[in-house]
Design a protein. Structure first.
Length: 202
């Protein structure tokens, strides 16, 4: 079983719901990214709502992640806890390459002291992502438009294929999951794949 697991996917793909289910069924402790306790959290939340501040998000997310690893994730792992996070460095690779050169984002993400054991990618068509976002009835963030979500999904596929081809420093196990299915089915698929990865038998 993965000790440090990250759930990724476009907006509306069900990341938080899946994390809640894994916390309940597998005993994970959730760590938020960005982390509300970090000194960078407020600036990140503000930047996510202001298109004029989009480019400033890259260093903020990196500093927040370094802080979270040192002050939250590593202490939990040292206590023998299993950690789950919604979003991590893969989100930075995908979203920040929309406004920064690829090599710049790669270099920043290559400097992290810790990477997850397992990445779960909840794959959802953009049309369904937009429908779910609309159903929330909340103020939209700068990336929550159809054109940007198209680029985001393409970015996830590109980055995941790089990992699968061993072209990156970060080489977690990848669970690629169809997120169109009902939540119960999505969670069941994930649990089956996690069980298979750790060699459980019936």
């Amino acid at each position: 079983m993965s000790k440090y697991l990250v759930i990724e996917g476009t907006d509306g793909s069900g990341k938080n719901s899946v994390a809640d289910a894994l916390m309940e069924q597998e005993g994970y402790v959730q760590v938020a990214e960005p982390c509300p306790e970090s000194p960078f959290y407020a600036a990140i939340r503000q930047g996510l709502k202001d298109p004029q501040k989009e480019k400033a998000l890259l260093p903020l997310f990196h500093q927040d992640r370094l802080w979270t690893i040192e002050n939250v994730i590593e202490p939990l792992l040292s206590q023998g806890k299993k950690v789950i996070s919604v979003r991590s460095f893969l989100s930075t690779l995908v979203y920040q390459k929309q406004s920064h050169p690829e090599n710049v984002v790669d270099d920043i993400c290559s400097s992290l002291p810790l990477y997850p054991d397992t990445l779960i990618f909840l794959d959802l068509p953009v049309e369904e992502s937009m429908r779910r976002i609309s159903d929330r009835g909340l103020e939209r963030e700068v990336f929550e438009t159809e054109s940007k979500l198209e680029k985001v999904r393409e970015g996830y596929v590109y980055e995941l294929k790089r990992i699968l081809r061993n072209e990156t420093r970060w080489r977690p196990s990848i669970l690629w999951v169809d997120a169109k299915a009902p939540l119960e089915d999505v969670v069941s698929m994930i649990l089956d794949q996690l069980s298979e990865a750790r060699g459980d038998t019936v």
